[in-house]
Unconditional design. Structure first.
Lengths: 415, 82
């Protein structure tokens, strides 16, 4: 069918409805490399503004690290720009295998397979390892990419209340008649910044003969004493059957993801996962950069230690200023505003003060839980955090929400 | 009081709602109202099948058929042997 006027009108109406509902997404153009200090064109066409970035997944500050850039340059020279093939035809280089081995070593697993992104890893893993005779039991707050992957799989799917171990146990009991049970969780939940109770989850999975999959995208590189992830934090390294994670956040922040875990499960992905079979893998230049990132992280924990100190400083500063925070100890620090419009107005006011932080509201977070999500980086220096605290406090005073209870803020602004 | 509806309503409250959630009645839209996601209805279907010893075919267990306590009760009654 041609793209007739009536078809065009139909889409225009849908886009208009998104605008009217206040959920139309607009990009802000960054003219500088990713860092703590960035130059932003927003709105489109306006002059560049220098702001402090408080919303990147650049947890370890490695996105524009000189050594990573140098390694990527070298990789480009030695291994070329693209592969023009999927992995199993003629798209696998020595450095792809090397990165898979290094990730296996870093995560303490049995084997690893790369995917073009963690979104693709999550899209491919379930269908590759489960059938209609199996059940997936997932936390209700898992990332959208896991939900999409689960939808592509023929296994039955049920959920348990967020981090509620009693509820998970009930579900595990309920599905003992299934051939296989797979429990699915985020390691760090991206909107709240809390962590899954992996020690308890491993116990339950062992008791009820279930496999455990953890998406550690917001953890790999910096959670745990040596930054291996949430499985290190909870003392269960070697006990997670599948870890999916990304190279698009702490590990250089370019692109790519992987499935790492039991050798047979990884091999099943190599044989059957469609995003692996039908898409080129990560470009050589990026592989070279990630390999350098892993060398940096294996040599010292300096960056994750600094990130931990920065996070403590930031949380303490916000608490003292009188904001309501979601509890947690990860670099994802949500400042609760509850009302959707307030979260957008607050974000705009922060931008005017030179702080780049985004407001999130339903359906990204539950109804009535709108917030500004801040993300701390090892690239932040104390002067960045002090300036951001000053701006948050100024804007907090402007909207009169400091040292107020949730109920008071809701009474002032509504839900 | 309709016992079947109360059983369904109580299950929905215990299984899906948070302590500070708005109360629901028999007609509250559950899935289309954003209270329950359609995935999570699997456990309710399984609960009802086990409790009443019935089998609800997947093609009948649509999000529309599970959208309120009244609709769910109506669906279950189709399968309960008199």
């Amino acid at each position: 069918m041609a793209f007739s006027d009536s078809v065009r009108q139909l889409y225009q109406e849908q886009l208009k409805a998104l605008r009217e509902a206040g959920i139309f997404k607009e990009e802000r153009f960054i003219h500088s490399p990713q860092a703590a200090d960035i130059e932003v064109e927003f709105p489109a066409g306006s002059s560049l503004k220098k702001v402090i970035n408080m919303c990147a997944n650049n947890y370890l500050g490695l996105s524009s690290h000189p050594e990573v850039i140098k390694a990527a340059h070298e990789g480009l020279e030695t291994h070329g720009f693209g592969m023009s093939s999927v992995r199993f035809i003629c798209g696998t280089q020595d450095i792809h295998k090397k990165l898979e081995e290094k990730m296996t070593e870093f995560l303490g697993t049995e084997d690893t397979i790369l995917f073009p992104s963690c979104m693709d890893a999550n899209a491919g893993v379930f269908e590759a390892i489960l059938t209609k005779d199996d059940v997936i039991i997932s936390d209700r707050l898992v990332h959208a990419s896991l939900i999409d992957g689960i939808r592509l799989c023929s296994a039955m799917h049920d959920t348990y209340k967020h981090s509620d171990m009693e509820h998970l146990e009930q579900k595990l009991q309920m599905y003992q008649d299934k051939r296989l049970r797979l429990v699915v969780t985020d390691g760090v939940f991206s909107m709240d910044g809390d962590t899954a109770k992996l020690d308890k989850m491993v116990e339950l999975c062992e008791k009820y003969n279930a496999m455990l999959l953890v998406d550690d995208s917001h953890a790999t590189g910096f959670i745990g004493k040596t930054g291996r992830g949430t499985h290190e934090k909870y003392g269960v390294m070697g006990k997670i059957d599948i870890i999916t994670t990304t190279f698009g956040k702490a590990l250089g922040g370019a692109t790519g993801g992987c499935v790492s875990g039991r050798a047979e499960l990884v091999e099943m992905c190599r044989q059957k996962a469609r995003p692996y079979l039908f898409s080129n893998t990560i470009a050589p230049v990026i592989i070279a950069g990630i390999l350098r990132v892993l060398e940096i992280l294996s040599a010292t924990t300096e960056r994750r230690d600094k990130l931990e100190r920065n996070t403590e400083y930031w949380r303490k500063g916000l608490m003292e200023a009188g904001f309501i925070l979601k509890e947690g100890d990860t670099p994802i620090v949500p400042i609760m505003l509850f009302n959707a419009k307030l979260s957008q107005d607050f974000s705009k006011a922060l931008y005017d003060e030179g702080i780049y932080a985004i407001g999130f509201f339903f359906p990204v977070v539950p109804q009535g839980q709108a917030r500004i999500r801040t993300q701390i980086s090892a690239a932040h220096e104390i002067h960045h955090l002090d300036k951001a605290l000053e701006a948050f406090t100024k804007v907090g005073k402007k909207f009169d929400i400091l040292h107020r209870s949730k109920q008071e803020i809701i009474e002032m602004y509504g839900l | 009081m309709d016992e079947l509806k109360e059983i369904i309503k109580n299950y929905v409250i215990n299984e899906y709602l948070e302590p500070d959630s708005e109360p629901i009645d028999y007609d509250t839209p559950l899935i289309s109202g954003g209270i329950v996601d359609s995935f999570s209805m699997v456990s309710l279907k399984r609960f009802l099948e086990n409790k009443y010893n019935i089998q609800i075919p997947d093609e009948k267990a649509t999000p529309e058929a599970f959208d309120s306590v009244n609709k769910i009760a109506q669906l279950v009654r189709e399968f309960i042997k008199v």
